[in-house]
Design a protein around this ligand. Structure first.
Ligand code: GMT
Length: 396
Protein backbone atom coordinates (compact mmCIF):
# COMPACT_ATOMS: atom_id res chain seq x y z
CA UNK A 1 0.00 0.00 0.00
CA UNK A 2 1.33 3.39 -0.89
CA UNK A 3 2.18 5.67 1.99
CA UNK A 4 1.90 8.73 -0.22
CA UNK A 5 -1.17 8.10 -2.32
CA UNK A 6 -2.12 11.55 -1.07
CA UNK A 7 1.22 13.36 -0.92
CA UNK A 8 -0.14 15.74 1.70
CA UNK A 9 -1.91 13.13 3.82
CA UNK A 10 -1.51 13.53 7.58
CA UNK A 11 1.73 11.98 8.75
CA UNK A 12 2.52 9.78 11.74
CA UNK A 13 5.50 11.28 13.47
CA UNK A 14 7.51 10.09 16.47
CA UNK A 15 9.34 12.79 18.44
CA UNK A 16 12.03 12.14 21.02
CA UNK A 17 13.49 14.92 23.13
CA UNK A 18 14.62 15.70 26.64
CA UNK A 19 11.47 16.30 28.66
CA UNK A 20 13.16 18.64 31.13
CA UNK A 21 13.49 22.44 31.01
CA UNK A 22 15.74 23.36 28.09
CA UNK A 23 15.52 24.86 24.64
CA UNK A 24 15.73 21.62 22.67
CA UNK A 25 12.86 20.05 24.62
CA UNK A 26 10.79 23.22 24.32
CA UNK A 27 11.28 23.43 20.55
CA UNK A 28 10.54 19.70 20.08
CA UNK A 29 7.39 19.94 22.20
CA UNK A 30 6.12 23.05 20.41
CA UNK A 31 6.86 21.38 17.08
CA UNK A 32 4.81 18.33 18.09
CA UNK A 33 1.92 20.48 19.31
CA UNK A 34 1.90 22.52 16.09
CA UNK A 35 2.11 19.41 13.89
CA UNK A 36 -0.81 17.86 15.78
CA UNK A 37 -2.77 21.09 15.33
CA UNK A 38 -2.16 20.74 11.60
CA UNK A 39 -3.70 17.25 11.65
CA UNK A 40 -0.64 15.01 11.95
CA UNK A 41 -0.52 12.18 14.50
CA UNK A 42 2.33 12.84 16.93
CA UNK A 43 3.90 10.30 19.29
CA UNK A 44 6.29 11.60 21.94
CA UNK A 45 8.74 8.96 23.17
CA UNK A 46 10.77 9.85 26.26
CA UNK A 47 11.41 8.89 29.89
CA UNK A 48 8.97 11.57 31.08
CA UNK A 49 6.19 13.66 29.62
CA UNK A 50 7.82 16.85 28.24
CA UNK A 51 7.12 19.67 30.71
CA UNK A 52 5.31 21.91 28.23
CA UNK A 53 3.16 19.12 26.77
CA UNK A 54 -0.51 19.44 27.78
CA UNK A 55 -2.03 16.41 29.53
CA UNK A 56 -4.72 15.89 26.90
CA UNK A 57 -4.40 17.02 23.34
CA UNK A 58 -5.93 15.82 20.11
CA UNK A 59 -3.54 13.80 17.91
CA UNK A 60 -0.86 13.69 20.60
CA UNK A 61 0.27 10.52 22.37
CA UNK A 62 2.97 9.99 24.94
CA UNK A 63 4.99 6.77 25.27
CA UNK A 64 7.06 6.44 28.40
CA UNK A 65 10.41 4.68 28.26
CA UNK A 66 10.86 2.50 31.31
CA UNK A 67 14.38 2.27 32.63
CA UNK A 68 15.22 -0.64 34.89
CA UNK A 69 18.25 -0.77 37.10
CA UNK A 70 20.12 -4.03 37.14
CA UNK A 71 22.67 -4.98 39.78
CA UNK A 72 25.38 -5.55 37.22
CA UNK A 73 25.12 -2.04 35.81
CA UNK A 74 26.97 0.64 37.69
CA UNK A 75 25.23 3.22 35.44
CA UNK A 76 21.65 2.74 34.22
CA UNK A 77 21.33 2.50 30.46
CA UNK A 78 18.74 4.62 28.63
CA UNK A 79 19.75 4.17 24.99
CA UNK A 80 18.66 0.54 24.64
CA UNK A 81 15.20 0.80 26.25
CA UNK A 82 14.65 4.01 24.28
CA UNK A 83 15.53 2.28 21.02
CA UNK A 84 13.19 -0.62 21.82
CA UNK A 85 10.34 1.78 22.62
CA UNK A 86 11.04 3.67 19.39
CA UNK A 87 10.89 0.43 17.41
CA UNK A 88 7.73 -0.64 19.22
CA UNK A 89 5.93 2.67 18.61
CA UNK A 90 7.15 2.83 14.99
CA UNK A 91 5.81 -0.62 14.32
CA UNK A 92 2.52 -0.36 16.17
CA UNK A 93 1.62 3.08 14.85
CA UNK A 94 3.23 2.74 11.45
CA UNK A 95 5.34 5.86 11.90
CA UNK A 96 6.49 7.67 8.80
CA UNK A 97 9.09 9.75 10.59
CA UNK A 98 11.13 9.44 13.76
CA UNK A 99 12.36 12.94 14.58
CA UNK A 100 14.93 13.14 17.35
CA UNK A 101 15.98 16.37 19.02
CA UNK A 102 19.48 16.51 20.49
CA UNK A 103 21.71 13.81 19.04
CA UNK A 104 22.89 12.19 22.27
CA UNK A 105 21.69 9.51 22.78
CA UNK A 106 18.50 10.00 20.76
CA UNK A 107 20.01 9.70 17.27
CA UNK A 108 21.90 6.55 18.19
CA UNK A 109 18.75 5.03 19.67
CA UNK A 110 16.77 5.94 16.54
CA UNK A 111 19.33 4.29 14.26
CA UNK A 112 19.26 1.19 16.43
CA UNK A 113 15.45 1.13 16.34
CA UNK A 114 15.59 1.50 12.57
CA UNK A 115 17.94 -1.49 12.30
CA UNK A 116 15.66 -3.61 14.50
CA UNK A 117 12.66 -3.11 12.23
CA UNK A 118 11.81 -4.91 9.01
CA UNK A 119 12.47 -2.74 5.97
CA UNK A 120 8.85 -1.97 5.28
CA UNK A 121 8.34 -0.73 8.84
CA UNK A 122 11.34 1.56 9.04
CA UNK A 123 10.49 5.21 9.60
CA UNK A 124 12.71 7.91 8.15
CA UNK A 125 15.07 9.27 10.79
CA UNK A 126 15.43 13.04 11.16
CA UNK A 127 18.06 14.26 13.62
CA UNK A 128 17.98 17.87 14.79
CA UNK A 129 21.15 19.17 16.36
CA UNK A 130 20.56 21.78 19.04
CA UNK A 131 23.90 22.91 20.42
CA UNK A 132 26.06 21.11 22.93
CA UNK A 133 25.37 17.79 21.18
CA UNK A 134 27.84 19.19 18.65
CA UNK A 135 29.87 21.82 20.48
CA UNK A 136 30.51 19.92 23.73
CA UNK A 137 29.77 16.23 23.24
CA UNK A 138 30.89 16.24 19.62
CA UNK A 139 34.35 17.30 20.81
CA UNK A 140 34.47 14.53 23.44
CA UNK A 141 36.40 11.52 22.10
CA UNK A 142 34.05 9.29 24.11
CA UNK A 143 31.06 10.56 22.14
CA UNK A 144 32.22 12.18 18.88
CA UNK A 145 32.58 9.01 16.75
CA UNK A 146 29.19 7.67 17.89
CA UNK A 147 27.54 11.01 17.06
CA UNK A 148 29.22 11.08 13.64
CA UNK A 149 27.97 7.55 12.94
CA UNK A 150 24.40 8.42 13.96
CA UNK A 151 24.43 11.57 11.79
CA UNK A 152 25.71 9.61 8.79
CA UNK A 153 22.95 7.03 9.26
CA UNK A 154 20.16 9.61 9.69
CA UNK A 155 18.03 10.29 6.62
CA UNK A 156 18.24 14.02 7.25
CA UNK A 157 20.21 16.13 9.70
CA UNK A 158 19.02 19.59 10.60
CA UNK A 159 20.64 22.29 12.74
CA UNK A 160 19.07 25.31 14.42
CA UNK A 161 21.56 27.83 12.99
CA UNK A 162 24.22 28.30 10.32
CA UNK A 163 26.74 28.51 13.14
CA UNK A 164 25.79 25.04 14.39
CA UNK A 165 25.88 23.62 10.87
CA UNK A 166 29.45 24.87 10.39
CA UNK A 167 30.49 23.64 13.85
CA UNK A 168 29.15 20.15 13.12
CA UNK A 169 31.55 19.88 10.20
CA UNK A 170 34.44 21.50 12.09
CA UNK A 171 34.04 19.67 15.42
CA UNK A 172 32.60 16.30 14.41
CA UNK A 173 33.82 16.08 10.83
CA UNK A 174 30.33 15.48 9.44
CA UNK A 175 30.56 16.30 5.73
CA UNK A 176 26.98 15.37 4.83
CA UNK A 177 24.23 17.80 4.06
CA UNK A 178 22.75 19.71 7.00
CA UNK A 179 19.59 21.67 6.53
CA UNK A 180 19.30 24.77 8.71
CA UNK A 181 15.83 25.22 10.16
CA UNK A 182 15.75 28.00 12.71
CA UNK A 183 13.97 27.65 16.03
CA UNK A 184 10.51 29.13 16.30
CA UNK A 185 8.30 30.28 19.12
CA UNK A 186 4.67 31.34 19.43
CA UNK A 187 4.09 31.72 23.13
CA UNK A 188 0.47 32.11 24.21
CA UNK A 189 -0.96 35.38 25.51
CA UNK A 190 -0.19 36.09 29.18
CA UNK A 191 -2.85 35.02 31.68
CA UNK A 192 -1.96 37.59 34.37
CA UNK A 193 -1.88 41.39 34.22
CA UNK A 194 1.60 42.83 33.84
CA UNK A 195 1.22 44.98 36.97
CA UNK A 196 0.39 41.89 39.07
CA UNK A 197 3.51 40.12 37.91
CA UNK A 198 5.75 43.12 38.59
CA UNK A 199 4.22 43.50 42.06
CA UNK A 200 4.76 39.84 42.82
CA UNK A 201 8.41 40.18 41.81
CA UNK A 202 8.88 43.37 43.78
CA UNK A 203 9.75 45.42 40.67
CA UNK A 204 9.00 49.11 41.24
CA UNK A 205 7.42 51.30 38.55
CA UNK A 206 10.64 53.22 37.99
CA UNK A 207 12.81 50.09 37.81
CA UNK A 208 13.91 48.44 34.56
CA UNK A 209 13.14 44.75 34.81
CA UNK A 210 16.03 42.69 33.42
CA UNK A 211 15.10 39.07 32.72
CA UNK A 212 17.26 35.97 32.31
CA UNK A 213 15.70 32.54 31.70
CA UNK A 214 17.92 29.49 31.38
CA UNK A 215 19.03 26.21 32.91
CA UNK A 216 22.02 28.06 34.45
CA UNK A 217 24.54 25.51 33.20
CA UNK A 218 28.21 26.67 33.11
CA UNK A 219 28.02 27.60 29.40
CA UNK A 220 25.42 30.26 30.29
CA UNK A 221 28.09 32.09 32.36
CA UNK A 222 25.68 33.16 35.06
CA UNK A 223 28.73 34.20 37.11
CA UNK A 224 29.54 36.77 34.40
CA UNK A 225 25.92 37.88 34.28
CA UNK A 226 25.93 38.61 38.02
CA UNK A 227 29.19 40.51 37.71
CA UNK A 228 27.84 42.60 34.83
CA UNK A 229 24.67 43.44 36.74
CA UNK A 230 26.61 44.25 39.90
CA UNK A 231 28.56 46.81 37.87
CA UNK A 232 25.47 48.92 37.12
CA UNK A 233 26.02 52.22 38.93
CA UNK A 234 22.38 53.27 39.39
CA UNK A 235 21.34 50.60 41.92
CA UNK A 236 17.77 51.90 42.13
CA UNK A 237 17.23 51.77 38.39
CA UNK A 238 16.80 48.01 37.86
CA UNK A 239 15.72 44.62 39.17
CA UNK A 240 17.06 41.31 37.84
CA UNK A 241 14.50 38.51 37.46
CA UNK A 242 15.89 35.00 36.97
CA UNK A 243 13.65 32.25 35.64
CA UNK A 244 15.76 29.33 36.73
CA UNK A 245 15.43 26.02 34.90
CA UNK A 246 18.36 24.71 36.94
CA UNK A 247 19.53 24.97 40.50
CA UNK A 248 19.98 28.56 41.68
CA UNK A 249 21.41 27.67 45.13
CA UNK A 250 25.07 27.45 43.95
CA UNK A 251 24.93 31.15 43.01
CA UNK A 252 23.50 32.43 46.33
CA UNK A 253 26.95 33.07 47.76
CA UNK A 254 28.04 35.11 44.76
CA UNK A 255 24.80 37.10 44.96
CA UNK A 256 25.62 37.98 48.60
CA UNK A 257 29.25 38.80 47.84
CA UNK A 258 28.23 41.14 45.05
CA UNK A 259 25.61 42.76 47.30
CA UNK A 260 22.81 41.88 44.89
CA UNK A 261 20.41 40.17 47.31
CA UNK A 262 17.83 43.00 47.15
CA UNK A 263 18.22 43.39 43.41
CA UNK A 264 17.25 39.85 42.38
CA UNK A 265 14.03 37.85 42.27
CA UNK A 266 14.32 34.18 41.34
CA UNK A 267 11.49 31.94 40.17
CA UNK A 268 11.85 28.19 39.65
CA UNK A 269 9.52 25.68 37.96
CA UNK A 270 7.88 28.38 35.86
CA UNK A 271 5.46 26.95 33.31
CA UNK A 272 3.92 30.14 31.93
CA UNK A 273 7.00 32.13 31.06
CA UNK A 274 4.89 34.53 28.97
CA UNK A 275 3.56 36.11 32.17
CA UNK A 276 7.11 37.12 33.13
CA UNK A 277 8.29 38.08 29.66
CA UNK A 278 5.44 40.56 29.16
CA UNK A 279 6.57 42.32 32.35
CA UNK A 280 10.25 42.55 31.35
CA UNK A 281 12.06 45.54 29.84
CA UNK A 282 15.34 43.88 28.88
CA UNK A 283 16.65 40.33 28.41
CA UNK A 284 20.23 39.49 29.39
CA UNK A 285 22.30 36.56 28.08
CA UNK A 286 26.02 36.18 28.75
CA UNK A 287 26.76 32.69 27.38
CA UNK A 288 30.18 31.58 26.16
CA UNK A 289 28.45 29.64 23.39
CA UNK A 290 24.89 29.47 22.16
CA UNK A 291 23.72 27.83 18.98
CA UNK A 292 20.58 29.99 18.82
CA UNK A 293 19.35 31.15 22.26
CA UNK A 294 15.65 30.49 22.40
CA UNK A 295 15.40 32.70 25.50
CA UNK A 296 16.25 35.77 23.41
CA UNK A 297 13.61 34.86 20.82
CA UNK A 298 10.96 34.33 23.48
CA UNK A 299 11.74 37.78 24.92
CA UNK A 300 11.64 39.39 21.45
CA UNK A 301 8.05 38.20 21.02
CA UNK A 302 7.12 40.40 23.98
CA UNK A 303 8.84 43.53 22.62
CA UNK A 304 11.73 42.93 24.95
CA UNK A 305 15.15 43.75 23.47
CA UNK A 306 18.28 41.95 24.64
CA UNK A 307 21.81 42.57 25.71
CA UNK A 308 23.86 39.50 24.93
CA UNK A 309 27.26 38.15 24.07
CA UNK A 310 28.08 38.04 20.38
CA UNK A 311 28.64 34.27 20.19
CA UNK A 312 27.60 31.29 18.11
CA UNK A 313 24.21 31.64 16.45
CA UNK A 314 23.09 34.67 18.48
CA UNK A 315 23.97 37.16 15.69
CA UNK A 316 21.65 35.16 13.42
CA UNK A 317 18.83 35.92 15.87
CA UNK A 318 19.71 39.42 17.06
CA UNK A 319 20.50 42.29 14.70
CA UNK A 320 22.98 44.44 16.57
CA UNK A 321 21.65 47.88 17.43
CA UNK A 322 18.37 47.10 15.65
CA UNK A 323 16.75 44.42 17.82
CA UNK A 324 19.27 44.20 20.65
CA UNK A 325 22.85 44.93 21.64
CA UNK A 326 25.68 42.45 21.06
CA UNK A 327 28.88 42.67 23.08
CA UNK A 328 32.13 40.67 23.00
CA UNK A 329 32.04 37.45 25.05
CA UNK A 330 33.50 37.28 28.53
CA UNK A 331 33.61 41.06 29.00
CA UNK A 332 31.66 42.05 32.12
CA UNK A 333 32.40 45.77 31.68
CA UNK A 334 31.12 45.79 28.08
CA UNK A 335 27.94 44.06 29.28
CA UNK A 336 27.51 46.60 32.08
CA UNK A 337 27.99 49.47 29.63
CA UNK A 338 25.35 48.08 27.26
CA UNK A 339 22.93 47.52 30.14
CA UNK A 340 23.46 51.04 31.46
CA UNK A 341 22.95 52.51 27.99
CA UNK A 342 19.55 50.82 27.67
CA UNK A 343 18.51 51.41 31.29
CA UNK A 344 19.06 55.13 30.75
CA UNK A 345 17.32 55.32 27.39
CA UNK A 346 13.68 54.20 27.46
CA UNK A 347 13.11 55.44 23.92
CA UNK A 348 15.93 53.30 22.51
CA UNK A 349 14.65 50.31 24.49
CA UNK A 350 11.24 50.75 22.96
CA UNK A 351 12.63 51.11 19.43
CA UNK A 352 14.74 47.98 19.75
CA UNK A 353 11.92 46.06 21.45
CA UNK A 354 9.31 46.95 18.83
CA UNK A 355 11.72 46.03 16.02
CA UNK A 356 12.55 42.78 17.84
CA UNK A 357 8.88 41.75 18.01
CA UNK A 358 8.34 42.48 14.31
CA UNK A 359 11.50 40.60 13.34
CA UNK A 360 10.68 37.60 15.56
CA UNK A 361 7.22 37.23 14.04
CA UNK A 362 8.56 37.65 10.50
CA UNK A 363 11.46 35.21 10.73
CA UNK A 364 10.85 32.86 13.65
CA UNK A 365 7.13 32.14 13.92
CA UNK A 366 5.63 28.66 13.60
CA UNK A 367 3.82 29.73 10.41
CA UNK A 368 7.20 30.34 8.81
CA UNK A 369 9.08 27.33 10.20
CA UNK A 370 6.66 24.43 10.64
CA UNK A 371 6.09 24.20 6.86
CA UNK A 372 9.86 23.79 6.48
CA UNK A 373 9.72 20.67 8.68
CA UNK A 374 6.58 19.43 6.92
CA UNK A 375 8.21 19.87 3.49
CA UNK A 376 11.20 17.94 4.73
CA UNK A 377 9.01 15.08 5.99
CA UNK A 378 7.00 14.91 2.76
CA UNK A 379 10.22 14.86 0.73
CA UNK A 380 11.45 11.96 2.80
CA UNK A 381 8.57 9.59 2.82
CA UNK A 382 8.50 7.04 0.09
CA UNK A 383 6.23 4.13 -0.76
CA UNK A 384 6.23 1.47 1.88
CA UNK A 385 4.19 -1.65 2.18
CA UNK A 386 2.19 -2.75 5.18
CA UNK A 387 3.55 -5.71 7.06
CA UNK A 388 2.97 -7.46 10.32
CA UNK A 389 4.70 -6.02 13.36
CA UNK A 390 7.21 -8.73 14.02
CA UNK A 391 10.98 -8.59 14.03
CA UNK A 392 13.12 -11.68 14.30
CA UNK A 393 10.15 -13.54 15.72
CA UNK A 394 9.61 -10.92 18.42
CA UNK A 395 6.25 -9.16 18.16
CA UNK A 396 5.69 -5.58 19.28
O1 GMT B 1 22.79 22.18 23.74
C1 GMT B 1 22.36 22.52 24.83
O2 GMT B 1 22.99 23.17 25.65
C2 GMT B 1 21.01 22.13 25.20
C3 GMT B 1 19.97 22.85 24.48
C4 GMT B 1 18.78 22.84 25.38
O3 GMT B 1 18.16 21.79 25.48
O4 GMT B 1 18.54 23.89 25.99
O5 GMT B 1 20.28 24.21 24.14
C5 GMT B 1 20.59 24.39 22.83
O6 GMT B 1 19.39 24.29 22.08
C6 GMT B 1 18.52 25.42 22.16
C7 GMT B 1 17.29 25.11 21.30
O7 GMT B 1 17.66 24.84 19.98
C8 GMT B 1 19.26 26.67 21.68
O8 GMT B 1 18.38 27.79 21.76
C9 GMT B 1 20.47 26.90 22.60
O9 GMT B 1 21.19 27.99 22.09
C10 GMT B 1 21.36 25.68 22.61
N1 GMT B 1 22.39 25.83 23.66
C11 GMT B 1 23.67 25.96 23.36
O10 GMT B 1 24.09 25.97 22.23
C12 GMT B 1 24.58 26.13 24.52
Amino acid sequence: MSNISNPKRPLRIGITCYPTVGGSGVVATELGIELARRGHEVHFISYERPFRLPEQSENIYFHKVTINSYGLFKYPDYTLPLSVEMAKVSCKHNLDILHVHYAVPHATAAILAHCMLPEDKQPKVVTTLHGTDTTLLGADPGYGPAILHALKQSDVVTAVSEFLKAETDRVIGFKGDIKVIYNFSDLPAPTRPKSDVRNELGVKDNEVMIIHASNLRPVKRFDLLLKAVAGIKKRDAFKLVVIAGGEFAPYQREVQELGLQDKIAVRENVLQIENYLQAADLALYTSDSESFCLGILEAMLFNCPSVSTNVGGIPEVVQNNKTGLLVPPGDAQALTNALEALIDDGQKRKELGDAAAIDAKARFSSDVLIPQYEDLYYCLIADSAQSSCSMSGKSF
